[in-house]
Structures are given as structure tokens and as C-alpha cells.
Design a binder for this molecule. Structure first.
Ligand code: ZN
Length: 363
């Protein structure tokens, strides 16, 4: 069974208002799940609107990441309150926790992304981390959320850094799916890969304008946030597991193992992983176009103020066995790096990262 999309998707400036009748029909006592303080106003609005529709509404906030500690704490709150749905309103970690918790309690999940940093509002997948943000594993869920509310007015309030991060994560879809699925003869998977190619092209054209422009009447902004929050999720829905991730995400997962004082967003780390994946393809798969892709991506990433090296993520790979830790985690048996169509050994990753971190970035 493949869950391709949420049962209902509301999008645009009035998505929340339009979704309200369906939500009030579905649930009588929802729990609103959130995290950051700067999105509290939006959750208060969601709370008030539901109250005005005569719903009994409760609140809970994550204290950490999408981790087992928070998951079991919030599950207990829901069981005590008798909540009949979860409304996850926030970024990727909140959306992933909400989906996971709702599914394990057999109640519906409504996702309300409050930034364009992720396609987690769409997908049937939750990434589990430790309290400190170290990636543990991703969990495939039985289904996508019941309702996705992609309200552009909500998303406009998010810091532009979240949009840049979402662009990097969505760009990775093409580079990861096209290499892992290139030899698959499943037509649906091939079609998903082509969607991710169009998605990449649109982001290369519109991404910078969206990041730097004003929101009002900005078609580039609208197209870009929907590409990151909706289309990226659809590609995973149609293409399945192998269309989701490869080396870029495997390297992301490994980099999160090193705890740093500054937290970086998922897509910011995936972007660096993507550049490293392309270098690997050049080295191991004789991909002549990889260098050109790197140059093209670097131009955009600089305009979006995205990190382009592991050092810029606050990690010196030549200290504290950091390189070894990253390499070991990247090459674990279960790692997505092995979805690549060529064999990867630890020494390959050592070489790629060492060269990459030592070189002056050329454009
Ligand atoms: Zn991702």
C-alpha cells in the first residue's frame, strides 16, 4: 500500500479559513502541537478560530526535536485529555512528531506547516532524532496526513532562512532520485523523477527571486513555497522510498551526529550533503556533468546565504575525530548511501570530504 498524498490539501492565502469547516467536522477536541516561540501567534490564531467554532482545544509544545522523549510525553497528554486529533502547526520537527503521535494513537493528523522549510506536511514519513538533534532513523507511516493546510499568509511570516533551507532540500529530490532510480523500469517512479526535474528547474529559475522578493503578487514566491512544501512531498508519494533520499541525506544524517552550539536547519545540512554527493558521482561514477551541477548550485546557494561546506555548519572535520564519525555513520549498513548505483567505501567518503573541505570554493 502506497499513500501518495494527504486526503485533502488546502493551499493559498485563505487556506486555513477554507479548511475550517472540514476540520470542525472531523474533530471535536484537537490538540495543537507546536514548538518555537515565534510561531506562537499563529497557533493562538488557530486556537481562537477553533474555539469560536465551539471546539474544545488543547495545546502542547515540543521541548526538543522529534524525539522519543517528546513523543511519549505528548502521547500521554493526548490520552489524558482524550484528544481526537492532532493539529501539528510548525516546522518539520513538529509536523513529523504530530504525524507519528497521531498514527500511533490511531487518530487523524492535520498538518499546518508554518514555513516552507520542509515537505513534512505532505509525506507519510517521520524522521526521529535524539533530544540533541542527532538523526536516529526515519519511520514510514501508514498514511499521509488527513488534511494539509498550506496557508500562504502563515508561511509568509517565517524567516527567509527557512525558505532557503526548503529550496536546498527540494533541489536534492532530483539529484537523489535521478541517480538512485535511474535503472528502475517502474513507469510511475520514472514519472516521479521527471516531476523532480521540473521542480529543480523551477527552483533554479525562481528560487532567488522568491528569497529576495516581496510576497505580495510575487509569483516566484508562491511557486517556490509550493514547490518546497507540496511538490517535493508528491515526488516522495509517487516515487516511494527510493525516490526520497540518497547520499545527500545520508551525509546530512551523519553530520547531525556531531553536536554543535549553533543549530542548522535540515535543508541547510542537506545542501552541503548534495554538493558532496555530486563530487562522489564525479569520482566514482565518472559523471562529467557533476562539476557543472556543483557550480550551478553554488551560485544559487550563495545568493540564498546557504552554507556550502561542513566548516560553515560549525564543524571542523579535522578535529575530534569528526571526519571519522561522519564517515562511519554515512557508511552504516542501513544508510541510504547504499542506494547509489555504485559501491561506496569509507575511504571514498574520507577522500571526498577531505578534498572538499580543503579546497577554496571555486565558482
Ligand atoms: Zn530532506
Amino acid at each position: 500500500m502506497q499513500s501518495i498524498s494527504p486526503e485533502s490539501v488546502f493551499r493559498g492565502n485563505d487556506a486555513w479559513r477554507k479548511a475550517l469547516p472540514l476540520i470542525t467536522n472531523l474533530t471535536k477536541r484537537p490538540l495543537i502541537l507546536g514548538r518555537g516561540i515565534y510561531t506562537n501567534n499563529l497557533r493562538n490564531k488557530i486556537f481562537d478560530d477553533l474555539k469560536n467554532n465551539k471546539l474544545k482545544v488543547d495545546f502542547a509544545n515540543l521541548l526538543f526535536d522529534c524525539c522519543y522523549e517528546d513523543i511519549s510525553r505528548v502521547k500521554n497528554i493526548i490520552l489524558n485529555n482524550n484528544n481526537d486529533s492532532v493539529i501539528a502547526a510548525g516546522g518539520g520537527k513538529v509536523l513529523d512528531s504530530g504525524k507519528y503521535i497521531a498514527e500511533s494513537l490511531n487518530i487523524p493528523c492535520i498538518t499546518v506547516p508554518l514555513s516552507a522549510s520542509t515537505c513534512a506536511g505532505w509525506t507519510a514519513l517521520s524522521n526521529i532524532y535524539t533530544k540533541d538533534g542527532q538523526f536516529i532513523k526515519d519511520v514510514a507511516l501508514r498514511s499521509c496526513p488527513k488534511i494539509l493546510v498550506y496557508d500562504h499568509r502563515f508561511i509568509q511570516t517565517a524567516p527567509s532562512r527557512t525558505l532557503a533551507s526548503g529550496i536546498a532540500d527540494a533541489l536534492a529530490k532530483w539529484y537523489e532520485s535521478s541517480i538512485t532510480c535511474s535503472k528502475m523500469d517502474d513507469g510511475l517512479v520514472q514519472q516521479a523523477i521527471q516531476i523532480s526535474r521540473v521542480l529543480r528547474d523551477q527552483l533554479l529559475i525562481d528560487g532567488e527571486k522568491a528569497y529576495k522578493g516581496q510576497f505580495e503578487n510575487n509569483l516566484s514566491w508562491r511557486n517556490t513555497v509550493e514547490a518546497c512544501g507540496l511538490t517535493a512531498g508528491l515526488v516522495g508519494g509517487i516515487g516511494g522510498e527510493k525516490c526520497r533520499t540518497a547520499a545527500a541525506h545520508a551525509i546530512h544524517n551523519a553530520i547531525t551526529q556531531i553536536i554543535t552550539s549553533n543549530k542548522f536547519l535540515h535543508g541547510e545540512i542537506v545542501g552541503v550533503g548534495l554538493l558532496l554527493q555530486l563530487r562522489l558521482e564525479e569520482m566514482k561514477n565518472n559523471n562529467k556533468l557533476a562539476d557543472q551541477s556543483i557550480r550551478q548550485l553554488l551560485v544559487l546557494m550563495k545568493e540564498l546565504n546557504l552554507p556550502t561546506t561542513i566548516a560553515q555548519l560549525g564543524i571542523n572535520v579535522f578535529e575530534n575525530n569528526n571526519l571519522e564519525k561522519i564517515v562511519d555513520f554515512t557508511c552504516q549498513d542501513k544508510s541510504e548511501i547504499h542506494f547509489l548505483p555504485f559501491e561506496i567505501h569509507k575511504q571514498d567518503i574520507v577522500e571526498v570530504i577531505t578534498n572538499f573541505e580543503q579546497q577554496k570554493i571555486r565558482i
